[in-house]
Design a binder for this molecule. Structure first.
Ligand code: UDX
Length: 434
């Protein structure tokens, strides 16, 4: 089957490479000639474990190619995916659909062979109808259908998530489209992955509802962590104690500095806007968004408390800057608000991240970027673990003790053992643990 993927960003590239790996003939399209040039040279525009190898193998096998020319690339494709960005619109938090609309227009103008157009971009409810209208309005007489097929890929684990999904959601309004999508995902059907066919609108809402629910779960345990600190509980025990109840489930109950990334912050806001537009408020999600925003700054204040209440002139080392490990993505990373709070309080901030240094340097010009974990730690008045990269798990604390100015550790991911660190002479604090 021939598949065209319009948009070769994170979602488009991972999905395109995985579809090719299933044996489909895939072309990934992007307007950005620089990006397509890099891909032709085998250089990945993003960091994602395993992606470079997967792309190389499928290019070599002749199943995966790249192009800037949409018109010729979509010819004969039975399925054309739209996987372009839908960033938060400045000012109102609505998802910005200008890229999706532009692609729909271009598809309508260039469609020569019947195709199912699949929206993979995260789009508000009703966007499928709009895409259908835009394509129809171009006056095309080629047969097409518009389908919603949201992605549930976690950065850093995207290939595994694509190939072994918890479920695949397909929102289609007609039999032909359902048949084409069945062919697209046949390898996963064969693997017995649960596939849910719904209406297009339900499918669009499922994506937002899933992300908002997960964000709520995280924020719930974060507030339990704060409460644990006051009442003298241990949030990890609380998470385990509630998570063993199958109705709750143990995942996404790790307390931390608040959620960030390319999906949760943007999608929760967009859901609020949809709810507002349709006059059906989702108050729970409103509270989650507010609580998460203030939490990130509160984590900066937690560090200042660990410094004894005064940050002026103190040197603070941040380990991990990306919003989570195994990605170079800095979008809405908690580190951004933490850095701002510390700088505002007069601290000097030094950071180190295994993959996110370039992206971080671009948005945090006042943070000194160190060349290694220990270079960051040297001379610090406090060391703060912000992102739980594996590389920070086996830190040599004897060495840390020798090179810091003051033995203060703030562990915002509950990675280290409080007993061990205190026995080693550190002033150690974490999130929601005694
Ligand atoms: C998320 C969804 O998981 C994915 O299905 C969707 O398609 C895109 O958004 P991603 O943003 O890559 O994926 O990362 P995820 O692993 O879900 O983490 C999101 C944020 O929540 C991170 O900032 C992470 O640190 C935080 N988090 C996650 C917690 O603080 N605690 C947890 O228990 C889990």
């Amino acid at each position: 089957m021939k598949i065209a993927m319009v948009g070769s960003g994170y979602v488009g590239l991972v999905s395109g490479a995985c579809f090719a790996d299933f044996g489909h003939d895939v072309v990934c399209i992007d307007k950005d000639a620089g990006k397509i040039d890099l891909l032709h040279k085998g250089v990945m525009p993003i960091y994602e474990p395993g992606l470079a190898e997967l792309v190389a193998a499928n290019v070599k096998a002749g199943r995966l190619s790249f192009s800037t020319d949409l018109a010729s690339a979509i010819e004969d494709a039975q399925a054309i995916f739209i996987a372009v960005g839908t960033p938060s619109r400045r000012g109102d938090g609505h998802a910005d659909l200008s890229y999706v609309r532009a692609v729909a227009q271009e598809l309508g103008e260039n469609l020569k062979t019947p195709a199912v157009i699949v929206t993979k971009s995260t789009v508000p409810v009703g966007t499928g109808d709009e895409v259908e209208r835009i394509i129809g309005d171009t006056g095309t007489d080629v047969k097409f259908a518009v389908v919603s097929n949201p992605e549930f890929l976690r950065e850093g684990a995207a290939i595994g998530d694509f190939k072994r999904p918890d479920r695949i959601v397909i929102g289609a309004e007609d039999e032909w489209a359902r048949g084409v999508m069945t062919e697209v995902y046949r390898p996963l059907f064969l693997n017995k992955a649960p596939i849910l066919f719904t209406s297009r609108r339900s499918s669009e809402l499922i994506k937002y509802a899933a992300n908002a629910f997960l964000a709520t779960k995280i924020m719930f345990i974060n507030e339990m962590a704060d409460l644990c600190e006051k009442v003298g509980g241990d949030v990890q025990d609380v998470a385990r104690g509630i998570g063993l109840d199958n109705r709750i489930g143990s995942k996404f109950l790790h307390a931390g500095p608040g959620y960030g990334g390319s999906c949760f912050p943007k999608d929760t806001l967009a859901l609020l806007k949809t709810a507002e537009d349709f006059g059906s408020p989702v108050r729970l999600v409103e509270a989650v968004v507010k609580a998460n925003d203030s939490r990130k700054r509160a984590m900066g204040r937690k560090v200042i408390d660990a410094l004894g209440g005064e940050a002026r002139g103190k040197r603070v080392a941040l380990l991990g800057l990306t919003f989570k490990p195994n990605t170079d993505d800095m979008r809405d990373a908690p580190s951004i608000a933490i850095v701002q709070t510390l700088l505002d309080a007069g601290a000097e901030v030094v950071g180190y991240d295994p993959e996110g240094m370039d992206a971080a340097a671009a948005i945090m010009p006042d943070v000194e970027m160190a060349t290694s974990t220990y270079a960051a730690i040297e001379g610090a008045d406090a060391v703060v673990l912000v992102t739980e990269w594996d590389a920070f798990r086996a830190i040599d604390f004897n060495r840390v003790k020798r090179i810091v100015k003051a033995p203060v550790i703030v562990d915002l991911r509950n990675v280290y053992d409080p007993g061990e660190l205190r026995a080693a002479g550190f002033e150690y604090s974490s999130v929601g643990r005694p």
